[in-house]
Design a protein around this ligand. Sequence first.
Ligand SMILES: Cc1cc2nc3c(=O)[nH]c(=O)nc-3n(C[C@H](O)[C@H](O)[C@H](O)COP(=O)(O)OP(=O)(O)OC[C@H]3O[C@@H](n4cnc5c(N)ncnc54)[C@H](O)[C@@H]3O)c2cc1C
Length: 180
Amino acid sequence: MSKVDLAIIGSGGAAFAAAIRASGLGRSVVMIERGTFGGTCVNTGCVPSKALIAAGQARHVAADAGTRFPGIATSAGPVDLAALVAGTQDLVEELRAEKYAAVAKAHGWRVMHGQATFAGTPQTPVLQVTGPEGRVEVVEAAHYRQGDEVAINLDTSLSGGHYRLTEESFNSSLAHAKCL
Ligand SMILES: Cc1cc2nc3c(=O)[nH]c(=O)nc-3n(C[C@H](O)[C@H](O)[C@H](O)COP(=O)(O)OP(=O)(O)OC[C@H]3O[C@@H](n4cnc5c(N)ncnc54)[C@H](O)[C@@H]3O)c2cc1C
């Protein structure tokens, strides 16, 4: 079993904000990701969508300019969709390496690949991380405290066999996190 100060499920923007802050405060951090490292924004969200929208806009401007501005001759050839998608993927991989993998490496927190599931008891919750090859590792994360105030607190009320973060504890955690 590994013991850390903060276990983070996921590796997207929110996970990175928490990990950078916690590791900057000298806390030990583990980041657990079941899918592609970097989460939604860089892999399938903001980055590829904006790249494709920008490409569409560039072609549209080229195709349209001749009709909008007398005296200007522009043309737009056929779209090579495979090349466009490959170029977008190159951009995604470059930004994932530069803005996510390199940042995690520089801060030195551990990255685990696998599905995280809460286990243990409400009093002593743990995370079970099942790796791609089926190997299970247990991670126990301590709460963050500043004095006797809970700064980042995973409230583990048991509901229907699942742990849940209550709205009250979430708001309380946010308020205290801002104090850090
Ligand atoms: C097409 C598209 C375009 C977008 N464009 C913009 C934009 O232009 N600007 C903008 O601000 N936002 C945009 N967004 C929204 C933005 O991508 C999300 O708000 C942001 O990525 C959320 O970050 P996150 O860290 O909360 O979650 P995510 O980045 O989604 O990360 C969550 C991660 O947790 C992992 N995970 C979940 N459960 C488990 C588990 N049990 N065990 C292990 N891993 C787990 C998932 O695999 C995932 O990688 C866009 C979204 C989409 C889909």
